[in-house]
Design a protein around this ligand. Structure first.
Ligand SMILES: Nc1ncnc2c1ncn2[C@@H]1O[C@H](COP(=O)(O)OP(=O)(O)OP(=O)(O)O)[C@@H](O)[C@H]1O
Length: 301
């Protein structure tokens, strides 16, 4: 009954608030990624292809399931929002774009049964009223294995739970798992004098390395689950560590979004405040573009 109430409420909300799908335009999506995502050529390519083919398929056989991996501040949440603004009229403000953060939404181990029931109801209710709902699970590696199993029920090819079909839904998992493997690989390429753009999904067995790294992490709930065994994730997507020039682009983008006149000297000062690694050569940003906005605000405040 609660599912129906959630469903009907969401449907009425959609009708009145104009919270609907945008007509999907692969060219617009590509342009958005090219202009607003810095230094992530693998991500751009895989996400563009995966989301475009899914959104233009009138009858997908399973939900789209993507798993984003990388160290902090390299654009995982940012890409989820870019996807949302190309799918929904209201972008990441849409009621169909639903984010869960493990340690925020499911903090207590002894309440896992209740969380599991709520999560199930929440996903079913939303998808039954709006099949193209998008669910983003942040800190997926910190998720309780029981909750991962709950999510798993929705990802399968059978794609029907309690009479609701989930084939048009999108699930995105975000985690830092595998981030160090990816960062070390980028560092190896740099040390060998190779171009960043030469790094590909299969470079030095990257996908396998990420996979092993997250699979061997005994503390990670996600990777003990059968999501991996059942091949329910369509793509594991590596986010590379960002270089100084990418952080500079982030600062300039923040200036534009704050409507500040572009000031390259100021941008340089902000970039130089950020920590880089390895310490002797300062090539990659430790925190990606995270807290760039706050640093900029300190300068102009
Ligand atoms: N590759 C990028 N291109 C453009 N902007 C970026 C990129 N990476 C990060 N940013 C900017 O930095 C902010 C923080 O990044 P984001 O929240 O996406 O990081 P994250 O990878 O999800 O980090 P965490 O693992 O800590 O959650 C974004 O809102 C965006 O403005």
């Amino acid at each position: 009954f609660i599912d129906v109430v959630v469903g009907v409420t969401a449907y009425i909300y959609t009708l009145f608030k104009g919270d609907n799908l945008l007509p999907f335009d692969p060219a617009r999506f590509e342009k958005d990624l090219n202009e607003n995502l810095y230094g992530q050529h693998i991500v751009s390519k895989v996400v563009l292809k995966a989301v475009s083919s899914f959104m233009t398929d009138s009858n997908p056989n399973k939900p789209l399931v993507l798993s984003f991996h990388g160290t902090t501040g390299v654009g995982k949440n940012h890409v989820a929002k870019i996807i949302a603004r190309n799918i929904y009229e209201k972008g990441d403000q849409s009621s169909h774009y639903i984010t869960f953060i493990s340690e925020h939404h499911f903090p207590h181990k002894d309440m896992v049964d209740m969380y599991s029931a709520q999560l199930k109801q929440w996903i079913s209710g939303n998808v039954s009223s709006f099949p193209q709902s998008m669910f983003v699970f942040d800190e997926m590696d910190k998720m309780n294995p029981r909750l991962v199993e709950t999510i798993k029920a929705f990802l399968d090819y059978t794609a029907r739970v309690d009479g609701v079909s989930f084939r048009k839904a999108i699930f995105i998992f975000l985690s830092n798992a595998g981030g160090n493997v990816i960062a070390n690989l980028a560092l190896d390429f740099w040390r060998e004098g190779k171009e960043r753009e030469e790094i590909q999904m299969n470079s030095k067995g990257m996908e396998t390395q990420i996979f092993q790294n997250i699979f061997n992490d005994k503390s990670s709930g996600f990777w003990h689950s059968s999501i991996i065994d059942h091949h329910l994730v369509d793509h594991f997507i590596p986010f590379l560590p960002l270089e100084l020039k990418h952080v500079r682009q982030c600062v300039l983008a923040e200036m534009a979004s704050l409507s500040i006149t572009v000031d390259h000297d100021l941008a340089e000062s902000v970039v130089r405040e950020m920590p880089f690694f390895p310490p002797e050569v300062t090539i990659f940003s430790v925190k990606g573009c995270k807290s760039v906005r706050q640093k900029l605000l300190l300068y102009i405040g």
